[in-house]
Design a protein around this ligand. Structure first.
Ligand SMILES: [Fe+2]
Length: 263
């Protein structure tokens, strides 16, 4: 049986694809993001987009359990058109944000290339899924989103991130500060995955399943605390993830993303 991406998706819920940036490069990018999160709350919130037309949370986002979120975390969502959504000009941004945008753009462009190769491999020349992700060979604003994630050490219990399906069509987990990502198909069937430098882990989100009429099931995944050693005092774990959304498929509800499907 060939070890293709779609075979991997069907048999274990994820695959590995070569990624042009090393772990060290991605770690430096994560440190640039963490430097941005060190700015004062008032400064960071200037780069949140309250009038987010895409309704996905763009720019700087903070989630807190006390306000109903599942995890305490901060993240930054980048896509090339992001600066046009800011209410402040990027020229007035602190150097921490300019550096973040600069490195994010490089990782975004590489993520698009890798996603295109992965989708072509999945499709094996058939027209269909690829066109839904890249109509006319290109992305639409917001169809690809790069996320820098910082989990706070206040996160309780063994889970750093609770089990869920991604809202995306295709996800690339590019790097994380330490092992702890578990992937499978449901709560009883998850395995700790090993992340190698120079490779991205890729797995299908819930929109991929809709796109393939259920042929490819979405990957249920979570992040667990294995050693309780934080990356730094205010950050238990960081991760860099790229999400790709196909056109024409509605985003499912919060409940649908957080409830495992039955086989
Ligand atoms: Fe996820």
């Amino acid at each position: 049986m060939p070890n293709s991406i779609s075979y991997d998706f069907k048999s274990k819920g994820y695959s590995q694809v070569p990624f042009s940036r090393s772990y060290d490069f991605l770690k430096s990018a994560a440190d640039i993001f963490l430097n941005f999160t060190d700015l004062k709350k008032e400064e960071k919130s200037k780069w949140s987009c309250n009038n987010d037309p895409l309704d996905i949370g763009i720019g700087y986002v903070r989630k807190q359990r006390e306000y109903g979120a599942l995890d305490n975390k901060e993240y930054f969502h980048y896509f090339p058109e992001l600066p046009t959504y800011f209410t402040h000009p990027l020229s007035k941004a602190p150097s921490e944000l300019k550096k973040l945008i600069n490195v994010a753009d490089k990782i975004f462009n590489d993520s698009i290339k890798v996603s295109q190769l992965a989708l072509k491999e999945i499709e094996k020349g058939k027209q269909g899924a690829f066109e839904r992700f890249f109509p006319h060979g290109s992305t639409r604003p917001g169809s690809g989103i790069l996320r820098f994630l910082k989990y706070h050490p206040t996160t309780r219990g063994r889970h750093i991130a609770q089990g869920h399906y991604d809202k995306s069509g295709l996800t690339l987990a590019l790097a994380e500060s330490k092992p702890g990502l578990r992937i499978g198909f449901d709560e009883k069937d998850m395995r700790l995955v090993e992340h190698k430098s120079g490779f991205a882990l890729t797995f299908p989100g819930i929109k991929f399943t809709k796109l393939t009429d259920g042929v490819i099931r979405p990957s249920w995944h979570e992040a667990v605390e294995l050693d309780e050693k934080p990356y730094r005092p205010d950050c238990s774990r960081w991760a860099i993830v790229f999400f790709l959304h196909p056109e024409g498929i509605e985003t499912a509800s919060f409940e649908d993303h957080h409830r495992p499907l039955t086989k």
